[in-house]
Write a protein that binds this ligand. Structure first.
Ligand SMILES: [Fe+2]
Length: 217
C-alpha cells in the first residue's frame, strides 16, 4: 500500500481542529482530505460522526472512511432513518439517519471491544459508518426519481459505490463493501457469511430497535 501520513487529530478540547489525511492510491496519486471539526463548543451530529471515525484503529482505513463519508449522497445527512414503524421515534425526523448511524457505530464499537481482538474493528467500524449511505439511493436520479423513500437495494448501492470509489486503495475495501452488502441480513438479498458481516448486521439491528433506547422513544 505504500507510505501514508495522517496529520492532526480531532480533539473535543480545542476550538477548531483540522484533520488532514494523505493516502496513496492508484500508484502515484496522493489522495488528500482535509476535514474541519468543531469551531464552537456545540458539536453537530455531522461533526460527531466524523469525530467517531477516530475509533477506527488503522489510519489508512480511517482516512478512507472519512473520504467515503465525504462522498455520501445528500440524503444521508438530513433524512430520517425510517418514516414509520421501524427505528426509534427520535430518528423519524431531520438528521434521523445520521443519529441512527452514530448509534450503529456505538453498538459496533461495543461489540468489537467485547470481542477483545477476536473481531476486526478495522472492517466492522467502517462498515457501520457506511452501511446506510445509499439508503435513499445514490443522490442521482434513481428509478426515475431522486428518491425520498428508502430503497430496498440500498446495501447493494452502497457496496457498489464503496468498491468504485475505493478502487486501488487495498483489499480492505472489498471486505468493507461485503459487510455493507450483507448488513440487512434476512431482509436483504445476501445474508451475512462470516463473523465480521454478522457483527455489522447485529450492530444495525440492535441500534435500530427502539426497545434499546427506552420506552419513551
Ligand atoms: Fe442501518
Amino acid at each position: 500500500m505504500g507510505v501514508y501520513t495522517a496529520i492532526g487529530k480531532g480533539d473535543y478540547e480545542r476550538q477548531e481542529t483540522q484533520v488532514l489525511y494523505q493516502v496513496p492510491c492508484d500508484g502515484e496519486r496522493i489522495a488528500e482530505w482535509k476535514i474541519s471539526i468543531g469551531g464552537s463548543s456545540f458539536m453537530s451530529r455531522k461533526d460527531e460522526l466524523y469525530q467517531l471515525t477516530e475509533h477506527i484503529p488503522d489510519p489508512v482505513i480511517r482516512a478512507f472512511t472519512v473520504y467515503m463519508l465525504s462522498q455520501a449522497p445528500w440524503h444521508f445527512w438530513s433524512q430520517p432513518s425510517s418514516a414509520g414503524k421501524y427505528h426509534p421515534k427520535d430518528e423519524h425526523g431531520f438528521e434521523g439517519l445520521l443519529l441512527h448511524t452514530i448509534r450503529v457505530v456505538g453498538v459496533g464499537s461495543v461489540i468489537c471491544e467485547s470481542a477483545q481482538g477476536r473481531l476486526d474493528s478495522n472492517i466492522i467500524l467502517p462498515a457501520c459508518f457506511l452501511h446506510d449511505i445509499c439508503r435513499y439511493g445514490t443522490g442521482v436520479v434513481h428509478r426515475g426519481k431522486d428518491s425520498e423513500y428508502s430503497v430496498p437495494e440500498h446495501p447493494e448501492l452502497a457496496s457498489t459505490l464503496i468498491r468504485r470509489l475505493g478502487n486501488g486503495f487495498g483489499s480492505f475495501v472489498d471486505d468493507i463493501a461485503d459487510a455493507v452488502e450483507t448488513h440487512a441480513g434476512r431482509w436483504g438479498k445476501t445474508a451475512p457469511r462470516n463473523e465480521t458481516e454478522w457483527a455489522v448486521h447485529y450492530a444495525d439491528c440492535i441500534a435500530a430497535n427502539y426497545h434499546v433506547w427506552g420506552a419513551a422513544l
